[in-house]
Design a protein around this ligand. Structure first.
Ligand code: ADP
Ligand code: ZN
Length: 226
């Protein structure tokens, strides 16, 4: 199964995808996490991506698409939770082409819907672990010991690109580039909209219900496809 998660920066895509992937043994691929680790390691890809991420712009499609392809090629038969990819129509087309090589397709698109003002509020309080990527929030989900990750003891810091001006740009980029994907997947009948404003546990349950819906239909469909 290939699930993609769509939503504004701050909508909770990362936190929720990570959680559900673990619970249901799906491979979680978060392009933002991979880019941040490439940047931290100073790889060739990291050096090319750094400036874009810092400014809150999209990293060029060729770079991100190649990065994603090499990740999926390693285990094409895994079940995937794609978090942060695709982010525009071109990436969605590249993803379709890629998956077709193994007769796969995007099976379900989960859209975490959140008003921009609320997203911005969350980003301003967000903190992440520089080591394991765990996500915290200074207001709603603080670390137990200031600056230290509960999970791994790594340093917990604000993401550079969560600074107000950059966060505003990222939300604008999301609205212009990524929201057209909603119609793209809606037309295919696979878009599931989930209200991301409430309690994280409720959001998580709604996402699980959407996945279960897909699993039930797949299991009930003995036709073998085309
Ligand atoms: P968020 O969704 O909260 O903005 P991410 O961690 O998903 O955070 O992404 C952080 C940054 O990484 C983006 O602002 C962008 O610069 C880059 N990035 C991540 N995924 C992609 C992608 N699919 N295409 C282009 N750039 C990407
Ligand atoms: Zn950590």
């Amino acid at each position: 199964m290939i699930a993609v998660v769509l939503g504004a920066p701050g909508s909770g895509k990362g936190t929720q995808s990570r959680l559900l992937s673990e619970k249901h043994h799906l491979s979680h691929v978060a392009t933002g996490d991979i880019l941040r680790s490439e940047i931290a390691m100073g790889t060739a890809l990291g050096r090319q991506a750094d400036g874009y991420v810092k400014k809150g712009q999209l990293v060029p499609d060729e770079l991100v698409t190649a990065m994603l392809a090499s990740r999926i090629e390693r285990a094409p038969n895994d079940d995937y939770f794609l978090d942060g990819f695709p982010r525009n129509l071109r990436q969605a087309e590249e993803l379709d082409k890629l998956l077709k090589r193994w007769d796969g397709r995007v099976d379900t698109a989960l859209f975490l819907s959140l008003p921009a003002a609320e997203a911005l509020k969350r980003l301003s309080a967000r903190q992440i672990c520089a080591k394991c990527g765990a996500v915290y929030n200074a207001v709603t989900k603080p670390v137990r010991k200031p600056g230290v990750c509960d999970a791994c003891g790594g340093d917990v810091v604000a993401r550079g690109d969560d600074a107000k001006e950059t966060a505003v740009r990222r939300i604008a980029v999301y609205e212009k580039e990524t929201t057209p994907l909603l119609d793209h997947y809606r037309r295919r009948g696979i878009l599931r909209e989930i209200d991301a404003a409430g309690d994280p546990i409720r959001v998580s349950r709604a996402m699980e219900a959407a996945l279960a819906d897909f699993w039930d239909h797949r299991d009930g469909d003995g036709s073998g496809g085309t």
